[in-house]
Design a protein around this ligand. Structure first.
Ligand code: ADP
Ligand code: MG
Ligand code: MG
Length: 248
């Protein structure tokens, strides 16, 4: 049983306070959704937990199984079992998907998997996600479509088996097939009981496929409402207007 505890987190970018006290706990086996209007600070939360240098933690704490995440290097965070999928993953020319994934697996497991074993593992993962074999030899994130980025994200989850996965989604660009593959992946992880999922999303559409037990609404850098799946349905019907009004 693992847990990620975010306690009264305050984060600034260029001396401007963006997160103004976020409290949230995600345990293995739970799926949480953070929803909210554009600019409410959802991605800032993901970047801050990932350790992006532009995001300054001014107060608060983030603990993974009681360990202080914020004092860990980015590598240590991954080894500790934290997985973060960014809204805009970087392109890395000259590094193939296969090389990247083997390095990531090596870093997280603490030893390099035998090439033959890894190749088999990778193929199984790709088959399960209906990813074409040629994908493994493409340059990392270069020219990836929205659907390919998301499939790659879930492939990483399959191989790395993190304790806590934070997925910052742009589900806007996803066709229904990609949405379904991604959702199935997330649901499988949620159901395994071994991973806790924090799904960050502006759009309610993905929540037709992924059923989070907990929904948190973000507005102006803090959680302003919490509830169960019914809250997501309410947001789909009504939008975020009442929250943006409340914080203006
Ligand atoms: P969301 O993901 O909910 O749309 P963000 O976390 O991206 O919101 O942004 C929240 C606020 O923080 C916005 O006002 C945005 O302009 C600001 N912000 C976020 N990241 C940066 C950055 N790297 N540089 C400058 N401002 C930023
Ligand atoms: Mg506070
Ligand atoms: Mg965002």
């Amino acid at each position: 049983m693992s847990s990620l505890e975010i306690r009264d987190l305050h984060v600034s970018v260029d001396d401007k306070e963006i997160l103004r006290g976020v409290d949230l706990t995600v345990r293995s086996g739970e799926t949480h959704a953070i929803m909210g209007p554009n600019g409410s600070g959802k991605s800032t939360l993901a970047y801050a937990i990932a350790g992006h240098p532009k995001y300054t933690i001014t107060s608060g704490a983030v603990l993974l199984d009681g360990e202080d995440v914020l004092s860990m290097t980015v590598d240590e965070r991954a080894r500790a079992g934290l997985f973060l999928a960014m809204q805009y993953p970087v392109e890395v020319p000259g590094v193939t998907v296969s090389n990247f994934l083997r390095s990531a697996v090596t870093a997280v497991r603490g030893e390099a998997p035998k090439l033959r074993v890894f190749t088999k593992e990778l193929k199984q993962g790709m088959d399960a996600l209906a990813i074409d074999a040629a994908f493994a030899q493409r340059n990392l994130n270069e020219g990836f479509s929205g659907g390919e980025k998301k499939r790659h994200e879930i492939l990483q989850l399959e191989l790395l088996k993190p304790k806590i996965a934070i997925l910052d989604e742009t589900d806007s660009g996803l066709d229904v097939d990609a949405l379904r593959v991604v959702s199935e992946g997330i649901n499988r992880f949620g159901a395994s009981g071994e991973t806790g999922v924090l799904l960050i999303t502006h759009y309610t559409r993905i929540l037709r496929y992924v059923k989070p037990q907990f929904v948190h609404v973000f507005s102006a850098g803090r959680i302003v409402e919490e509830g169960g799946p019914e809250l997501a349905e309410q947001l789909e019907a009504e939008g975020y207007e009442r929250f943006t009004k409340a914080s203006a």
